[in-house]
Design a protein around this ligand. Sequence first.
Ligand code: CDP
Ligand code: CDP
Length: 210
Amino acid sequence: MIVAIDGPAASGKSSVAKEVARRLNFTYIDSGAMFRALTFWALDQALDKEEELLPLLESLTIKSLDGGIELNGRELYHELRIKKVDESVSYYSAMASVREKLKEVQRQEAKEANVIMDGRDIGSCVFPEAEVKIFLTASVEERAKRRFLQRSNKMSYEEILEDIRRRDAYDTTREIAPLVMARDALLLDTSSLSLEETIDKVEEIIKNVS
Ligand code: CDP
Ligand code: CDP
């Protein structure tokens, strides 16, 4: 079974997906981490334009790790969440060749029996055939507050709010696979739900289908 959880930044996708996967013994795959790893790699090599990335994408190897990504044999963890990556990830994610490459990796990694994958276009584009599709959201202020508490010290609440607003706008308006709720997805607004309540709801939705 494939469960797709999509939604805007800091809506709770990964925390919820991870815990539900643990409870139900599913494999959790964080597609956002793949986009972040590719962004870190592109910035590290000063690759700016799609034409510069294109010839290198085919041989690029990407593998999910627990809490990180292995890219061309290098393990990336905290590097995925640095400010520079936050700032550029939506730029690289809008490139057709990048999305194509990562879609291939995502579909390959989901060949196991039961998978929960979170992202922006998992239900709408990567796995239109997913048995369960959930669109998780919350007000932008609530999401910025959550991310601020999660990351503590590094960025101010205002900086985080601005980053989330900018990425939301970029992700929803890009031409290819924009952030959009799949027609057959269930909308779950978690603005007034605790993490525990959200996890319980998602677990219940999946159990009702399986
Ligand atoms: O955790 P947060 O929601 O802040 O971000 P993420 O899920 O790690 O995703 C980082 C960025 O990757 C997003 O802002 C999107 O630009 C991109 N992304 C995407 O385009 N498609 C996906 N399936 C997942 C992430
Ligand atoms: O993956 P995504 O960017 O959508 O969000 P996340 O990193 O899983 O969640 C951001 C923060 O919000 C985490 O610290 C969660 O524990 C928290 N959260 C919450 O406080 N209440 C919820 N209902 C859902 C998430």
